[in-house]
Ligand binder design. Sequence first.
Ligand SMILES: *[C@@H]1O[C@H](CO)[C@@H](O)[C@H](O)[C@H]1NC(C)=O
Ligand SMILES: *[C@@H]1O[C@H](CO)[C@@H](O)[C@H](O)[C@H]1NC(C)=O
Ligand SMILES: *[C@@H]1O[C@H](CO)[C@@H](O)[C@H](O)[C@H]1NC(C)=O
Ligand SMILES: *[C@@H]1O[C@H](CO)[C@@H](O)[C@H](O)[C@H]1NC(C)=O
Ligand SMILES: *[C@@H]1O[C@H](CO)[C@@H](O)[C@H](O)[C@H]1NC(C)=O
Ligand SMILES: *[C@@H]1O[C@H](CO)[C@@H](O)[C@H](O)[C@H]1NC(C)=O
Length: 277
Amino acid sequence: MMVLDICRSLIFLIFCFLAHVLSAQITSCNSNDLRALTDFQYGLNSDPDSQGILMPGIKSWNTSDCCIWDGVVCESWPAGLNSSMRVVALELSGKDLRGRLRESLVGLGKLRSLNISNNILSGSLPAKMFKMKNMEVLDLSNNQFTGVFPGKCDLPSLQFLDVSQNYLSIMDTSICINSTSLRHLDLSMNNFSGNFPTGFDKCTSLTHLILNSNKFSGILPDDLFQLQNLQWLQLQDNSLSGSLPFCLSNSPTIQYLNMKNNSLTGLINLLSKFEIS
Ligand SMILES: *[C@@H]1O[C@H](CO)[C@@H](O)[C@H](O)[C@H]1NC(C)=O
Ligand SMILES: *[C@@H]1O[C@H](CO)[C@@H](O)[C@H](O)[C@H]1NC(C)=O
Ligand SMILES: *[C@@H]1O[C@H](CO)[C@@H](O)[C@H](O)[C@H]1NC(C)=O
Ligand SMILES: *[C@@H]1O[C@H](CO)[C@@H](O)[C@H](O)[C@H]1NC(C)=O
Ligand SMILES: *[C@@H]1O[C@H](CO)[C@@H](O)[C@H](O)[C@H]1NC(C)=O
Ligand SMILES: *[C@@H]1O[C@H](CO)[C@@H](O)[C@H](O)[C@H]1NC(C)=O
């Protein structure tokens, strides 16, 4: 009787193990994620004749299991036995990628981090990309993106956004309204112009604001100095004018401030960490 019980238990355990291994294999790459990545990859080649031919930087993207592709990071979701593998991050910096970003990227429903910095991507940023609920880190820096940034935006989980070193030319601060966890915002070295925008005060979690080397003009709005957590502010190499508020030099949080190469005036405690003129 005893032996029979042990056998039964053993057979049950082996069955469970096999079921687990099989399910892990079958669900290794979620079919929606696979579709989204395949379409994303088609957009990369701007030459229509080359669609389907993999660019050198992603030549490992040739199997149906996207979770083993170079630069694709998967996690089982939800955690636990009854889960499938979902793409949570794309690490595609410096892969010599050319072409455009396609809207299909939003099919990656569990994506938390997208790093496509240091490539030669061009065209405008797809509007839907700014509606991804789980996105925490977006690094699009050092590409050739043009156009509007970001327009209507619903990125409630966003903490880090870097679009520096592109050719973006139109911006507003509406991103602050829905992305209240945003801590690091870098829009430097773009083609932004016009009066310095108001509304950054809505980005209440901001610690780093980097806007240097654009063509912002006009005076700095008061609301900029209401950011309670701001540690790092770079505004150098713009065309800003007017006077700097005194409160800035007394801010307990500010650690680095660079305002060089503008037409700003005003008194400020000239501590060595500040570069004013
Ligand atoms: C897929 O890509 C890998 C890595 O580049 C390569 O070693 C392999 O031969 C390719 N397989 C097919 C079927 O093209
Ligand atoms: C496993 O997941 C499927 C769908 O993802 C669901 O229908 C099913 O109820 C789940 N089973 C358990 C035991 O949680
Ligand atoms: C993106 O990848 C590059 C290269 O690996 C890295 O230097 C950079 O810090 C990454 N960006 C983020 C936000 O992690
Ligand atoms: C904030 O998100 C909501 C819900 O998606 C959207 O309707 C609204 O337009 C967004 N606001 C801004 C300023 O982008
Ligand atoms: C930069 O903006 C100016 C207008 O302010 C425009 O004439 C120019 O074409 C833009 N450059 C690029 C590369 O988008
Ligand atoms: C001052 O900033 C402008 C851009 O606004 C830039 O073209 C110029 O080279 C900068 N001058 C110096 C001395 O850095």
